[in-house]
Design a binder for this molecule. Sequence first.
Ligand code: NDP
Length: 327
Amino acid sequence: MFRALIIDKKDDEQVVELTELEESALPEKSVTVKVSYSTLNYKDALAITGSGPIVRNFPLVPGVDLAGTVVRSTYDEFKAGDEVVLNGWGVGESHWGGLAEMASVEGEWLVPLPPGFTARQAMAIGTAGYTAMLCVLQLERHGIQPSSGPVVVTGASGGVGSVAVSILSKLGYEVAAVTGRPSEEPYLKALGASEIIDRASLEEKGRPLAKERWAGAVDTVGSQILANICAEMKYNGVVTACGLAAGFDLPVTVMPFILRGVALQGVDSVYAPREQRLQAWTRLAQDFDAQKLESIVTEIGLSEVIDTAPKFMEGSVRGRVIVDVSR
Ligand code: NDP
């Protein structure tokens, strides 16, 4: 038997419970993993609270991330005892995910536990941190360097935002952090932000083009804030957009793109090709200050997940939440 969080539908109502399952209940996939840590991301919270259409099949074990040890494998690249990490691939959405003591997944969805990380550290980074690195890689691909000018990060106290601030500052960028929580200023400054911007100053509709401020942006919130950031980009600036914490609309004009050559680059972590994942994890080992990990992490047990998920919807979670599935 193993413990698992299960999301199901009863009489058209979503029900979430922590339950015990037989191993035979696991889906038939090529690799069975004993999970040690999973995480809670914004998307997991949407799934668990039923606030967004994340879950595609019921019943489903949520959890877009997992780290653990292979128990059985029919996939050539992995054998029993190997330590592995999984981020995305529809796990926790269409396929059973990581918020359980056991998982059965396809071998091609897994990457080896990145050298230099423990399973706990890899989950402290998790999908949020790996996405932050995908954003940084996209800024670099478009030619942005520390000498290009300051980079702004929105939703800065959240999971993606916290890791993005930390990586960019370690790489030598001047980083501005947009937050709705001024009380998090000391936290964000400790991660490397040099300027704190009140989120409220970006929430109202602004001019199509505003004063040029940013060479790069990592946006985790979308909507009016992303539109105003686009209007504040410097000539040939690059905006990476990965999130929708403020909304999925984008009330922007074409002016920043056609008059300043601004690039708007979307970032998806779920189906990012394997080479990009391996590159992102290699760079995380190099460019993320592991000593800062503890300051961004809150650890909970599997039994605390249902009560913690609504806090993401309130926007009151700081940094990353990791889940020790054994308790
Ligand atoms: P978190 O909840 O940890 O962080 C989101 C942050 O956004 C909050 O901490 C808050 O930061 C800010 N925020 C919350 N509500 C609002 C609001 N109404 N208006 C403006 N800002 C708000 O989430 P994650 O970091 O895990 O994820 C961030 C976003 O990125 C989510 O939309 C998520 O779905 C998306 N995402 C996308 C991925 C992809 O592959 N494209 C992968 C991972 C995440 P503060 O208080 O500092 O303002």
